[in-house]
Design a protein around this ligand. Sequence first.
Ligand code: MLT
Ligand code: MN
Ligand code: ZN
Length: 299
Amino acid sequence: MEAIVLGSGAGGGVPQWNCRCPICEMARAGDPRVLPRTQSSLALSGDGENWLLVNASPDIRQQFAETRSLHPRHGARHSPISAVLLTNGDVDHVAGLLTLRESQPFKLYATQSVREAVDANRIFSVCNPDFVPRVPIVIGEAFEPVPGLRVELFTVPGKIALWLEDETMKIGESTENTVGLEVTADGRRLLYIPGCAAVTPAVRERIRGADVLLFDGTLWTDSEMIEAGLGTKTARRMGHVPLSGSDGSIAGLSDVPAGRRIFVHINNTNPILVEGSDERKSAEASGWEIGYDGMRIDL
Ligand code: MLT
Ligand code: MN
Ligand code: ZN
């Protein structure tokens, strides 16, 4: 199995178009300590020919252009992407569907509730169902979206997408609105969990023994956005467990065995983005790698 981190940033990317936080300013200035990052997306393949795109980021056009394995290879029109899977309905995971128009066939996989959100918004009909069948996925039922990859979805604590929030919304429940992905091929197991509001016993059990874990790296502390004067919501309110602290993801997963553990979906305020920062050193000392755009994982 091959995995390519197409986008390692959270919504907004690094730098974010309107943000003057120190990290965005460093990235904008070309400071080598902060790599620019596009928004959250992963590509997976079992045979190197057919690729599964997990989450369609608003930056997908740039991500494809920069990734040779995903360039068209045959005939007048072609794409190695033969399947797209959505782990939630967040803008940074669905807006790229608008780029994947032009009558290119692929299968679009999502849970029933995420699929309903896409179905309810007519702009997504640009992915013409004649070419892009929408396939609902049942939690816990394995399927093979591309040859050689066995995929199973599992629910994780989260919430409905920000653009669908209403007064009835709940935070932290494990529902079909936010899922993780377990991918197995040739006895190797990769877990992709770009959004997760808490490290629960179920999340720990699912991860145990994975060869590769790609996990929600959104914010370092729960109150990071508030303290930076950039927002009013905590990390958990946004559906993301912070990395640090006794109830953060680094501590919560420290005794769960995993071959490699890699943070993805990293928000531009997160100090792990700065090479040499105390937070970066602390995450690395705890066995975590900091995902970056173009990162390739062979397993
Ligand atoms: C998130 O990960 O919390 C969302 O992508 C936020 C958003 O939709 O901007
Ligand atoms: Mn996001
Ligand atoms: Zn910023």
